[in-house]
Write a protein that binds this ligand. Structure first.
Ligand code: C2E
Ligand code: CA
Ligand code: CA
Ligand code: CA
Length: 278
């Protein structure tokens, strides 16, 4: 038994070593990607149910690794958060997303807001609000054109400071959306305390709509509650016509997902937006 225990232990450590190495490799490769500016942003349209028009777009990071192909931001964003690389990365994302929103405006495509995912690590840094203000001025945008997507994990460490930062962002006109709603711990109590404009119902609720009858009830409950609090509701991960129809019938305000459009590069987005504008 002793012998076996040791073998298990060795197996475990080599597995751990492997993961540590993988982490270090990713971090090095990510630094190269940042230095050579080979990361890209893709944009996914958000459709307002009442009018059918595109009211916003969400910027999503894309990394095509030279040997390994596309690596999901769900994999490399946590690595960048551990290493601190998330700060330069996040600055680049905000700057690039705002530059491309201005470019859309110059092409005559207006009335669309840009949603950017913000890591709590970046959000909690000093000067975050000042940086956002500088970027808006640099690109000649008003605060209302920018939406920041945050998650409630932001409140885990210093909730008071986070709430203060949110108020200062709102003073700039910037909109705040609470992402992945319904997956956290105490979402409901946060809703009361947070100065937010929108909630995004997590994809997991939408995906099980057809198979789990409770999800329909939960979604309708979330929508009713959010509307009572004067919040806009976005559903993410809408993949089918029946999901879209259910959400529209339940008065969900904005829909986003593969059913309408996948995230796409800037050039394709421009074509897509011209198409839907007729
Ligand atoms: P998220 O913010 O919840 O983004 C939604 C994810 O769902 C995106 O995955 C999007 O491509 C995907 N998606 C959209 N519609 C559908 C659909 O109909 N079906 C399915 N199955 N998926 C759909 P993605 O792009 O891989 O991003 C994963 C996560 O990585 C994001 O989750 C976000 O947390 C993070 N992330 C992405 N870009 C950034 C960024 O610029 N900064 C930060 N801090 N995090 C980012
Ligand atoms: Ca998001
Ligand atoms: Ca989400
Ligand atoms: Ca997420």
């Amino acid at each position: 038994a002793k012998q076996q225990g040791r073998n298990n232990f060795q197996w475990y450590t080599s597995d751990l070593n492997e993961r540590v190495c993988e982490h270090a490799r990713l971090r090095n490769d990510l630094q190269k990607a940042i230095d050579t500016e080979s990361l890209k942003l893709h944009y996914q349209p958000q459709i307002e149910t009442r009018t059918g028009r595109v009211s916003g777009i969400e910027a999503l990071l894309r990394w095509e690794h030279p040997q390994r192909g596309f690596i999901s931001p769900a994999v490399f964003v946590p690595v960048a958060e551990d290493s601190g690389q998330i700060i330069p990365l996040s600055l680049w994302v905000l700057d690039t997303a705002c530059a491309q929103l201005r470019q859309l405006g110059e092409q005559g495509i207006t009335g669309i807001s840009m949603a950017v995912n913000i890591s709590p690590i970046h959000f909690q840094r000093g000067h975050f609000v000042q940086f956002v203000q500088t970027i808006l001025e640099k690109h000649g945008l008003c605060g209302e054109q920018l939406e920041l997507e945050i998650t409630e994990s932001l409140l885990l460490h210093n909730a008071e400071q986070a709430i203060d930062t949110l108020h200062r962002l709102k003073a700039l006109g910037v909109r705040i959306a609470l992402d992945d709603f319904g997956t956290g711990f105490s979402s409901l109590s946060y809703l009361k305390r947070l100065p937010i404009d929108k909630i995004k119902i997590d994809r997991s609720f939408i995906q099980e709509l057809g198979t789990d009858c409770h999800d329909a009830a939960i979604i309708q409950g979330i929508i009713a509650m959010a509307h009572h609090l004067s919040l806009t509701v976005v559903a993410e991960g809408v993949e089918t016509e029946s999901q879209a129809a259910f959400l529209k019938g339940s008065r969900c305000d904005v829909l986003q997902g593969y059913y309408f459009a996948k995230p796409m590069k800037y050039e394709a987005l421009e074509v897509f937006l011209r198409g839907v504008k007729g």
